[in-house]
Design a protein around this ligand. Sequence first.
Ligand code: PRX
Length: 636
Amino acid sequence: MKEEKPIAQNTNELFHPSPEIIAQANVKDPEAARLEAAKDIQAYWAKRAEELDWYKKWDTVLDDTNKPFYKWFTGGKTNIVLNALDRHVKTWRRNKLALIWESEKGEVRTFSYHALNREVCKFANVLKSMGVVKGDLVTIYMPRIPETVIAMLATAKIGAVHSVVYGGFSVEALHGRIEDSGSKVVITADGGNMNGKKIELKKIVDEALQRSGAPEHVVVIKHLGIDVMMEQGRDFWYHELMTLPISKNGLKCETIEMDAEDPLFILYTSGTTGKPKAILHTHGGYSVGVHATLKDVFDLKEEDRWWCTADPGWITGHSYIVYGPLIAGATSVMYEGAPTYPYPDRWWSIIEKYGVTIFYSTPTAIRGLMRFGESWANRHDLSSLRLLGSVGEPINPEAWRWFYKIIGKEKCPIMDTWWQTETGMFMMAPMPAQPLKPGSATKPFPGIDADVVNAEGKSVAPGEEGFLILKNPWPAMMRTIFKDPERYVKTYWSTYPGYYFAGDSARKDKDGYFWVIGRVDDVIKVSGYRLGTAEIESAFITHHSVAEAAVIGLPHEIKGMAIHAYLILKAGNEANDTLVDDLRKHISHELGPIAKPEKIEFVTSLPKTRSGKIMRRVLKARAQGMSEGDISTLEE
Ligand code: PRX
C-alpha cells in the first residue's frame, strides 16, 4: 500500500467556512460554545435537555455518587419516542416526511411522521400481544428497510430494550448475541438485497436458533418474497400480525413513561475477548446527547434532507439514522443497498433525486467510490448539498479532498466526527462555522473534555502520539456492559482511574486539534466496521482443520484495515488453496462477509508470551517488515 505522510503532520492546511455557512450555522461561535459549556457542564447539559419534552423534569442533572456508574437526569420521566414521534404528531410536522426509503431495486416508500407513528403504534400493540413487557429484550436482525426503524421505535415505545444485530453478521455472531441477550422475540425479514444478491436472513436466523435457547417468537417481514421456513407457533408474518384486531386500533398505543435512566437498547460491539460485549444505553441522557450533537454539528434545519448512509445495525444508525433525526423532526433518506449497484453513481443519483442537503458517510465508502473516478459523480446535480460528514475511521487527506472537491464542490464543510458505540454521540467534531483540517476530527463537542496522555496518564506535548481519554462524563455515555458491570469498569475506567479510556491513539496539535490515529487494542476496523480479533480467532477454531489462530489488522488502501490470519493446522491437514477457500467461506458463514480475511497464512508456530498470550504486535511488525520492538516477554 502507498504510505501517505502521517496525517497528523499536515497541521497547516486550514479550510475556512464561507460567510454563508457561518451566517446560517446553529452555532455561530463554536469556540465560545465550548468555553461556555466548560465553565459548568451540568448547566450546559441541563440547558440542552430543556430543548426536549419530558413527562417530568429531572431532579438532578448528574449523579456521580457511584463513579463510574454515572447517572443523568435522575428523577426525570421520559421515553425517547415521546421526542422522536409523539411530540411531532401533535404539530404540523405530522404531515412532514420523516422517512424516504429506496430499495436497491428502486422501489420507493415514504412515511410522514403521522404514518410512521401509526405503524409504530400498530407494531407496539403486536409486541404487547406477544407478551413483551417493559424491560424485555427484543433482537432485531434486518436489512435496511423502514420496518427496522418501526421495530426499534415500537420496542422503545413499550419500554422494552432492543438489541439490533447488523444484517451483515451471520450464524454464529447472531446466535451468540441472541443467546447472551436472552431475547423474548426476534424480528427479522425473509431477506434483503445487497449488491444484486439476495441475503437470506430468515435462513440465518433459523440456523442460529438451532444453536440457541430459542426465543418465544420470531416475527418475519416479507421483503423479498422468497420461500422461507415458518415454524408453527413460533414464527409469524409481520404483515399478518399488522392486520389483527389488536393492532388495528393502531393510533391508540400509549408510550410508556420511563425513568431517564431506564435502558433503551443494548448494542453488541467487539472488544478484546471472544465474547462481544453489549453496550447499554438509556432513554434520557441518550436522547439529549444525540439531539444536541446532531443539531449543532450538522446544523440541522427544518427544511433539510438528511442522509446518513450507515446501517441501523451500528451505533451510527441508532443515533443518526433513527433517533437523532426523528428527535429533530427531520426528513431522512434511507437506502437499502450497495453504493455501486447497479453502477458506482447510485449514491450520487439518490442525492440528486431527493435533494439531499446533508450527507454523512464513511472514509471507506469515499475511497471505494473515488476509485471509479469523478465522472460518476459529475453526471449528477449535487448542488443541493450543504454539508458533508465522515465517521468510523480516520479519513486520509486524499479522500477528504476528493470528497470536498468532487462531491461538495468546495462549498460543503466536512464534519469529521469521532465517537464510539460506547459514547453514543459525537465526542469530537467540528461545527460548520469553524476552520477544518483534513484528517482531523478537530475539537471536543461542548461539555466534553478530551486529552492525549502517555502510559502514566500525563498529557503529552503537542504533536506527540498518546492515548485518547475523556475526562468528563456526558449524557449519552454507555451506562454499563449489560450483565457485566465489572468488565465495564475494567475496560474503560481502570487504565487511567477517573477517566474514560477510549482505546484509541491520537495526537493533539498546537492549535488544540485532535488527530485520531487508530485502535491500540485488539479491535480491527475493517471498512469502518468494528471487529474483535478474538471473535474471529474463535470462529477459525470451530473449523475442523484449525488448531490455533491469530488474527491481525494490516493497512489496506480502500478498507482502511484488512484482516490477516495466521493459522496452525491440526495434524493431517494439508495447507492448500482449497483449504484457504474453505476457511474464508467458513468465517463468512459463521460471522459474516465483513469478517472474511484478506489473507490466510499457515504457520507452524505463533509468537506468544510465556503465559501463552499471542503477541499480535510481533506478527504485525513482522508482516510490515518493521522492528519487533520489545520482545523480552516472547517465549521463543
Ligand atoms: O477507532 C475509532 C474509530 O471507530 C472506533 C469506534 O468504533 P464503533 O464503536 O464501531 O463506532 C463507529 C461509529 C461511531 C473509535 O474508537 N473512529 C470512529 N470515528 C472516527 C474514528 N477514527 C478516526 N476518526 C473518526 N472520525
